[in-house]
Design a binder for this molecule. Structure first.
Ligand code: DGY
Length: 321
């Protein structure tokens, strides 16, 4: 029997890729992803595609009738880069990889909070450039996080993990804003207090951490006006999706010291970063590292691979959207 043909739009971690290669006819594109024309062609030539965040699968990609592909297994939890409605209309199932990257991404949120509050990037740059003048009683003074309020925007899995870690490891108070209030047991377990208005959360928080999905509903949720709602001593953390923040407005707010600092792992136009951010010492800039551990990336690959295997075994994939 001929094996289903799978296209991975970039190499996957070895364990997950080998697992797939042992079961299917797998083609691995060298990466870093495919453009719209190549994705459209791939839908006609393969039975399933293994995509990731930088493959933009807009409505147009699904316009060619009768695609051969029946499954898009996304390597990642976020899926705003895929027009899932158009995919379904074209007869495809789309899956993602929830749960397995929750802890790793929450770790990066904490790391950014610590780096931004303790001016770690700025200090490291001084050392490397040979500009460090030695210990000083007033040198590179940051802010303590202990007892401060962490305001979470969105309260899904990653936000909840961030709440637990920040409360236990950093002794922070936790508040959150979400369209839907969490169950009382989740609030009790994470120690998080619900705030019913985003503007109120922004006004109350010493650190604001974003945990909403990308897409039209959250585009520029944090814009120039919302940035003025934050304390001038506040820190903004984004490990969610770049377009949630108006990057130009953020750069201006950091330059004007309208807010104190920002820690970013995601950007509006990755891999391009707004040039004004690059020169700012109060911006910590990481290259979309959220899920980047060996363990997590293998787990993401295996979760996507299992979705593919279930589908071709005639069973519903675990993570169908
Ligand atoms: C995710 O899983 O969505 C990460 O941002 C990587 O794509």
């Amino acid at each position: 029997m001929t094996q289903p043909k799978i296209l991975l739009t970039r190499p996957w971690p070895q364990g997950a890729q080998s697992w797939l290669q042992a079961r299917f006819d797998v083609t691995v594109h060298p990466g870093p992803g495919l453009d719209a024309a190549a994705l459209s062609e791939a839908l006609l030539a393969y039975d399933a595609l293994g995509t990731a965040v930088n493959d933009k699968l807009s409505k147009d990609v699904f316009a060619t009738p009768h695609p051969r592909a029946k499954l898009i297994a996304n390597f990642g939890v976020g899926y705003e880069h895929i027009d899932v409605t158009a995919a379904k209309a074209a007869g495809l199932i789309v899956t993602n990889t929830p749960d397995v990257l929750t802890e790793a991404t929450a770790d990066i949120a904490l790391m950014l909070m610590l780096m931004a509050s303790r001016r770690a990037g700025e200090g490291e740059r001084q050392v490397r450039a040979g500009h460090w003048k030695g210990w000083g009683a007033k040198a590179l003074m940051g802010q303590s996080l202990q007892g401060k309020t962490l305001g979470l925007v969105g309260f899904g899995r990653i936000a909840q993990a961030t709440a637990r870690k920040a409360q236990r490891a950093l002794d922070m108070r936790i508040a959150y804003y979400s369209r839907r209030r969490a169950a009382p047991e989740i609030e009790a377990e994470t120690g998080a207090r619900f705030v019913s208005s985003l503007d109120d959360l922004l006004a109350q928080s010493d650190v604001v951490s974003l945990h909403v999905p990308g897409g039209a509903d959250t585009h520029h949720l944090i814009d120039a006006v919302r940035l003025t709602r934050m304390k001038t001593s506040a820190i903004l953390i984004n490990t969610a999706r770049g377009p949630v923040v108006d990057e130009a407005a953020l750069a201006q707010a950091l330059l004007d010291r309208r807010i104190w600092a920002a820690g970013l792992d995601v950007y509006e136009h990755e891999p391009v970063v707004h040039p004004d951010l690059l020169g700012l010492d109060n911006a910590v800039l990481l290259p979309h590292l959220g899920s980047a551990t060996v363990e997590t990336r293998e787990a993401m690959g295996m979760r996507a691979a299992e979705n593919i295997a279930l589908f071709f075994a005639g069973q519903p994939p675990r993570d169908a959207l």
